[in-house]
Design a protein around this ligand. Sequence first.
Ligand code: PEP
Ligand code: MG
Length: 324
Amino acid sequence: QQAEWAKLKDEPTFSKDGEQVELVANIGTPEDVAGVINNGGEGVGLYRTEFLYMGKNELPTEDEQFEAYKSVLEQMGDKPVVVRTLDVGGDKELSYLDLPKEMNPFLGFRAIRYCLENEHVFRPQLRALLRASAYGNLKIMFPMIATLEEFRKAKAILLDEKENLLADGVKVSDEIEVGIMVEIPSTAVIAKQFAKEVDFFSIGTNDLIQYTMAADRMNEQVSYLYQPYHPAILNLVNNVIEAAHSEGKWAGMCGEMAGDPIAIPLLLGLGLDEFSMSATSILPARTQIRDLSKHDLASYKDTILSMGTAEEVVAFVKEKTEQK
Ligand code: PEP
Ligand code: MG
């Protein structure tokens, strides 16, 4: 099996019936890029930038961030790199930011909500990203977007910093796509409206599942409700993909679900364009997809989306793909 994976390392990803998808990796630091390349990643689908901010007593400077982003982009060459802006709060704390103590941190002041209120934190990150964009194929993604206004505000600040840099004679790419993570149900439900304004979606199922099922992703006692294959989740995922395609945009997924062998046939059938997973899952996923017919899987779509339970969905997928 290792030998078969090695052969597929530098190959693109095609289904049995010749449909192409993109298999990319989630990373946390520039040091992770070697693993992405060694495992045949076609790009980076989620660069979690929190690590730059963690394990220290103060904010990283704009220059420190610039060096990290530039390093990732240069190592990846012309392959796409999706960088997510700071996703603090919730499960990700930073002592020096003195975030408020909250009753429900996952429903609180986090990610884009924090960044829009703290431009002294947000702007240097955006400037670092814009400066780094000259060194590769950068895409910028905002986390935890719940409303169109949030996206518009974040994008306006980004464009404002772009103007500032250009006025100072700094080189900035003109090709940067600007997208959002879909991890809040409100956004998945009106994905169609978002699709007119964003360049892409990346579905963050780790959070989307907890918010849809109202089950804390860290709480063992309610973990039985944390159901990636629940028809409610699949209907939201389908809604996002259809919305993207109706506007000629692409839809990816960067939650754990994207690398899961049970979920992969479901997502392929729903038309997901980009699957972002841990680097070590890429070659197994490419091998699996080569044996799957996207058209066959797509023909089960209405049946699957009408099912009542995750259990039915799993049994159906296993039967159709002969997984034990
Ligand atoms: C997600 O929510 O699915 C995601 C990819 O982001 P994180 O796990 O960092 O919250
Ligand atoms: Mg998330």
